[in-house]
Design a protein around this ligand. Structure first.
Ligand code: ADE
Length: 220
């Protein structure tokens, strides 16, 4: 899988994509990530990428030309073009799974007051990471990339996402490690029993009860 990220702030991605699982996935050639500064596509003086909104109002709006040219340059028949925007479809684990099956994602990060509306005509999917407004699409692009990369075949052990929270619309089960008792709090006996059938039942019940307590909306 290849992920191309169009941004005006490429350095924001340095830390996040050069540590831990994403770093390893890149090294093992499971994924390729390219951070592309779309300012270089601008045909305006001083590589300008934004201008004031028609009709007046505050802030600057990202112009069509640099983003159209960037997409036309990097898009292939296998590409899915995604715009990060607070008015997009709310992101969730199901969308992450679907996107992890794609060959090539192009993520467009906005900044300032937003995008010229006509940019939406070259986008396949608009995504919001939640009902709040950030200063730009860079952190949302990192969130999409992180959640998608861990689902790409061979990046992490498949068993570790079978029970992920939100799989089957349930939260993950409770987990413990050594010691078996800490400050009077004991690990449930069944987990020490070695009886794997009982442990599976305990975990299934744990997933259901936790979801009912914490996120009853997921059970509907
Ligand atoms: N850009 C600014 N806020 C955003 C959000 N909540 N989701 C996606 N992109 C954004």
């Amino acid at each position: 899988m290849k992920i191309d990220i169009l941004t005006l702030f490429p350095e924001m991605f340095d830390g996040v994509f050069n540590e831990s699982i994403i770093k390893r996935a890149k090294e093992n050639k499971k994924i390729e990530i390219n951070i592309i500064d779309f300012r270089k596509y601008s045909k305006e003086k001083n590589n300008k990428v934004d201008d004031t909104p028609y009709g007046g109002g505050s802030g600057m709006v990202l112009m069509c030309q640099p983003i159209f040219d960037a997409i036309e340059d990097i898009k292939t028949n296998d590409s899915k073009v995604i715009m990060l925007t607070p008015d997009g479809k709310t992101y969730n684990q199901t969308i992450a799974y679907d996107l992890s099956q794609e060959k090539h994602l192009i993520l467009i990060c906005g900044h300032y007051e937003g995008f010229d509306e006509r940019i939406r005509s070259i986008v396949d999917l608009e995504i919001s990471i939640g009902d709040y407004v950030l200063t730009g699409g860079e952190i949302p692009a990192m969130i999409l990339t992180d959640s998608i990369v861990r689902l790409v075949d061979g990046v992490i052990n498949k068993d570790s996402h079978i029970n992920d929270s939100f799989n089957d619309n349930l939260l993950d089960y409770e987990t413990y490690t050594k010691p078996a008792e800490f400050r009077g709090m004991k690990v449930p006996e069944v987990l020490l029993s070695g009886d794997h059938k009982k442990i599976d039942e305990f975990r299934a019940k744990s997933r259901y009860n936790r979801t009912k307590d914490r996120r009853p909306d997921l059970l509907k």
